[in-house]
Design a protein around this ligand. Sequence first.
Ligand SMILES: [Zn+2]
Length: 186
Amino acid sequence: MINKQYKLPDGYKPADLVYPDVPFIFSEKIEKRMLRKTAADALEKMFAGALKDGVHLAGVSGYRSEATQTRLFNNYVKRDGEEKARTYSAVPGHSEHQTGLAIDLSGTDGKCAAESCFAGTEEANWLAAHAAEYGFIIRYPEGKQAITGYMYEPWHVRYVGKDIAASIAERGITLEEYYDAVPVSK
Ligand SMILES: [Zn+2]
C-alpha cells in the first residue's frame, strides 16, 4: 500500500515490468506503457472482458519511474507552488504508478483521459462494475478523499488480486480501510 503516508524504498523499480498487449491512447513503446507482469496479464483479461460487453478501453498511463515522477512533481511545484501541487500530484516515492501495479484508463477516443469528465462514461461505469472480477480496484473512490488523500479518480485502477479486490468492492471500502491503516490526510 502506497499513499501520502507510506512511500516506496528510495529508487524502487519493479524487476518484472512488461508491455501489456492492450491498446493505449498513444503508440510509442515508452515507460508509461509498462506494468508488472501479474498486473499486465490481469489487464489483458480485463480489456478482453470489456470488449465482450462492447466497451473499448485504452491505457493512458501505467508505470512511472521515480525520476519521471520527480520531474513531473517539480514542474507542478514551479507552476502552482508545493502546497497546491501536493493536492493533485504525488510526492516522488509516493506515487502508486511507481509500483507498476496501477494504471490510468480511458475509452479508445482518449476523451477525458485522467480527467474528472471520465466519471459517468460507459467505460467508467463498466470499470466500477467489473474491475474487481479481474483483481483491480478503483483506488480513489468518490467521497473517500479524507481517507485516500486523493479526489475521486474513476480512471485510476490498482491491481490487488481477485480476493482482496472482491472484498474491497463488496464492502465499498478503500485499500487503507482494508489494511486498517487509515492515514492522516495531508
Ligand atoms: Zn493514476
